[in-house]
Structure formats: C-alpha cells, structure tokens
Design a binder for this molecule. Sequence first.
Ligand code: MTE
Length: 410
Amino acid sequence: MKRPNLSDSTESVSLSRREMILASGVMIVGMMPVRGQAAEGPGPSGKDLIFRTTEPRNAEPRLSDLIRSWITPTKYFYVRSHAPNPEIDPGRFRLHVDGMVHKSLELSLDDLRRYPQRTITATLTCAGNRRAEFNQQAPVGGVQWQAGAIGNATWTGVALADVLQDAGVDDAARHVWMEGLDAVPHDGGTIPFGASVPIEKVRVLGDDVGALLVTHMNGHPLPVDHGYPLRAIVPGYIGARSVKWLGRITLSDRPSTNHYVATAYKIVTDTAALDWSESGPIYRYPINAAIAIPEPDAVLPPGKVEVAGYALPTGRADARIRRVWVSADGGKSWTAAELSGDDLPYCWKLWRAEVQVTPDTTELIVRASDSSGGFMPARVPWNAKGYLQNAWYRLPVRIEGADLDRKRGR
Ligand code: MTE
C-alpha cells in the first residue's frame, strides 16, 4: 500500500538533514537544543495557582499573574487533569504506534530523541475556560473555571508526522487517536483519557508542525502535571486534544471511541444519548479574550483606568488578533487596546487600554476580532457542559462615590 506523505517539502528537508546528521555521527549534539533530557526526570512544578480540585489536580492562575509575560511561566500555567497523575518510569516508557499503519512501532524516549527536535510556541486553552460565566444563565457542572484555564508556552519535541512517516500510514486512515497512561474513573471502572484529531491536522505545512510529541515545556523536561514524560500538543485545538502522559497512537478510519471524543467535549444543551450522537467532537477553539486587570469588583476612582488582559485568535494557522476593544459604558463606546507579544500562529496577544470610568460604570467589557473573520459575540447560547464560552467578557467594577451619587438621584 502507498504511504501518504504527511510532510511537505520543508519536512523532507528536515528528514534528509536528519539522515545527513546520522551519517556524520554528530546527531546527539545536534538533537539537544534544550536544557535537560526527557529521561532525567520531570521538570519542576512549583505551582502558584488557585486549586479548584486537588485530586485530580485542577488549578488556574490569578489573572494578574497570568498576564505578567507573553510566555506563561510554568508555575502560572493552568493544570487540567481528569485523574491523579500517573507514575511513569522513563526508562521503561514506550510510545506504541499501531492501527492502520504498515509497521507498528514501540518507541523509547531515546528513540524519540533521534527524530528532528522542534520547538514551537503555542497557547493551550481548556474548552471549559470561563465555564463559571454560564451559571448566570443556568447551572453547569464540572470544574468551575474562571478565565485562567489558558497559557502560552514553548513546547519542544518531535513532529507526530515524522513518527508516522516511519510507521507508514495506510491510505484509508483518517483519524489519529491518542491515549494517555492515566486511569480516569468511569462507569464503576477506569478508562484512559483519549483524543483523536483528523489526519490532515498532523501534516507539517511549512512552519506549521501540525501536532507535536512534546518532552519539554518552556525549556525544561515536562513537569508531571503537564504530562511527563511525553504529551501531545495540537496547536489551535481545545486542550482536551493535547493528550498528556501519551502512551499510544492509533491510526483509524474514524474518530476515537474514547469517552472524551465520543461523548464528552461536545456542545449539547441536553445530555440525552441522541444529543451526544447528533453532536460532533469539538476540535478548533474559537477566538476569546478576558480582562485580567483590574480585579473583579475592584473599587476604582472615577477617571482614567488601566485595563489589561489577553486575547486569543481562532485556532487557525492564518488567524492573528487584529483588534481588541474595551468599553466602560455597557458597549455604547469602545476604546482600542494596544497589543503586545509576538505575532505567531496559535498564540495569544496581551493587551492594555486606558478607559474613562464614571460613577455610572458598573462593568468593563472586552471584545476582540481576528484576521480570519473571527469575532466574539455579545452572548453565546448556554450548553450543558459549559464549553467554549467566548462572549464579550464582562468584569463587574465599583466606582468610588457611585452609591452616594445614586442616592442623591444623579
Ligand atoms: N491528557 C490526559 N492523559 N488526561 C487528562 O486529564 N486533560 C486534557 C489535556 N490532556 C487531560 C489530558 C485537558 S481537558 C486539557 S485542557 C489539557 O490536557 C490541559 O493541559 P495542562 O494540564 O498541561 O494545562
């Protein structure tokens, strides 16, 4: 059977460079652009987060910490886990690649190090980010995330396409399944956390590596919280598709049957079996933005106020944040924010603006638009699992003297 080429010409260049390096015998040096090696042990966690649950670990940063820098330090990077962290012996670890491939693979961490190492910067965000806001419409279950289930990091590892190239993908394969080594309680037993992505997503297209098998985060071996020793990063897709503690990749002609693809991570208003079946898995995340400064319910003096936050473009390779607007008068007038941070695909921008608040101001609002036509709607319909909240972000504030003014009948 013919093997579809998952790599473009850039990729063929890297592969032949790898072959050249192999031939020259200097591969080991050339392959280690980052500090430490995956087999060394997990990177430091040292979390400075607000824990929503501790077992499993689900935590998000204070928003003022989140926007201190364009790259999110690991200690401020949210953690979203469905099960306790698994303990994995890096020496015995193997990544299995099977299903619709010509040759099944079992790769150790050393084997993975022999592929070209690539570093990308990408924003990871949970589909449940801003879930708590849905409760204003009707209650939603699940981790009650504010706007901190998002972070922007550098990720180093190997292109999934490079590994698949060695396995040889069957022509009829359409989806790449991924399975974690964790054990999530489910229906009285346990299941691994799983995901799948359409096969087109894992192609290398120019600078776009598609999906990366990651061993290092922000230049250090992955901390256990983030999937040590190996995780997937699928830029542009909801965090649930970036499987941590990755143990198996299976090629198939259909999406994964794992609970987190077949049932969870879908937009439904009713949780009846029919609703789940009628709704497809969420892949790409939509544009989003939030205000990180000031704090919710801050008491502000009337006059000019500094507002700051983040804005994430739609998860498409061609999408960049174009405009961020802030309003202090309920959306009657808007001030354009100043953007900062690199203009890279799949990455957020930080922003700040100065707006005039008056005794009538009760909230600050932010909305954003991007170059792919993405914009934040004023409202989004409620859904049962509280996913993809990307309506205008509204931050309640109080203005000094406002109550007094109101009492006086202003
Ligand atoms: N992978 C496994 N094996 N188990 C999990 O619970 N959670 C997913 C994803 N990968 C998860 C997983 C979800 S929902 C998100 S949002 C991201 O991991 C969070 O990644 P982080 O904890 O590194 O921020």
